[in-house]
Design a protein around this ligand. Sequence first.
Ligand SMILES: Cc1cc2nc3c(=O)[nH]c(=O)nc-3n(C[C@H](O)[C@H](O)[C@H](O)COP(=O)(O)O)c2cc1C
Length: 313
Amino acid sequence: MKLGSLEVDSPYLLAPMAGYTDKPFRYICKRYKAGLTVSELISVNAIYYKNTKTDELMQKSDIEKPFSIQLFGADPDIFLYAAQVVEHRCDCIDINAGCPVSKVIKAFAGSYLLKDKKRLFAIIDKLKKHIKKPVSIKLRKGFDSYSMNDIAFYKELQERGIDFIVIHPRLRSQFFKGEIDYEHVAAVKEALRIDVVVNGGIDSVEKLEKIKNITGDGFFMVGQAAIEKPYIFEDLLIGKDTKRDLTFIKNLIREHFLLMVEHYGEKAAVKNFRKFFHRYIKGINNAKVFKSMMNECSDSKCVIGLINNLTNA
Ligand SMILES: Cc1cc2nc3c(=O)[nH]c(=O)nc-3n(C[C@H](O)[C@H](O)[C@H](O)COP(=O)(O)O)c2cc1C
């Protein structure tokens, strides 16, 4: 099936998440059949000033196809420069117009672009003129209740050549909490020719069905639920919420950790894996004890020992 001009195997896509959607985690989600993987947001200024850390964020595994790189920034020329630098490393460039974090807003980027549409359109026009790969945008339904996106705005994005739009239908002022306005996405889908992806709150097949009753079929992007159960993409595809047994979960945790060791080296992997480990073991007996033991681990042997000792009894 086609998402814009990208060939994808599944309509269920992995959302970009800073601090989580690195190469090892995206690989795991792809193996569980995520239709598209996206890098976390990457600063166009960091690319412009050749910050070496950005290279790590853009590394991808061989199975990630299609793979999108998400950029955030405010200056249209620097945005274009960065997009040209990374274009050969991905199948799509995604513009971040949704990030609610104050540091990003103060730099006139992320969801600030929904208040400064002139700047947003200038970025889009530059990219569409000079970038050959598809250009998508991920945004919120508005910055605050005084500046909700209207249909004319979405039509303008379409006319300027955006290939597809991902909507997390909350306001910037809501951050990651509160009501998710799926009706907003339904109205945009109805009005546009291009693909519109629904994002926010999808954590089970049951929930997806409820959302589909409002938005209709199409493309859906999953964020936080994938951190707890990356196999959610497979569940959504087969249309059944599965309960995986402890052996499966332990194998999954072990595989993920070893991929992180390969990617980051042992010391950084142990540190970076903690947040994933805490999410994976939610609901397991003595989770609290395992969490604090994990926080004390400083080498792979300790982490693997902990994983092996996880028990439901
Ligand atoms: C820890 C975290 C980091 C995030 N980082 C990004 C990001 O880099 N780029 C982006 O567009 N959205 C980011 N988001 C927003 C998610 O992509 C998504 O829109 C939001 O979590 C709602 O989807 P969900 O309910 O499925 O998690 C982030 C969300 C979280 C929780």
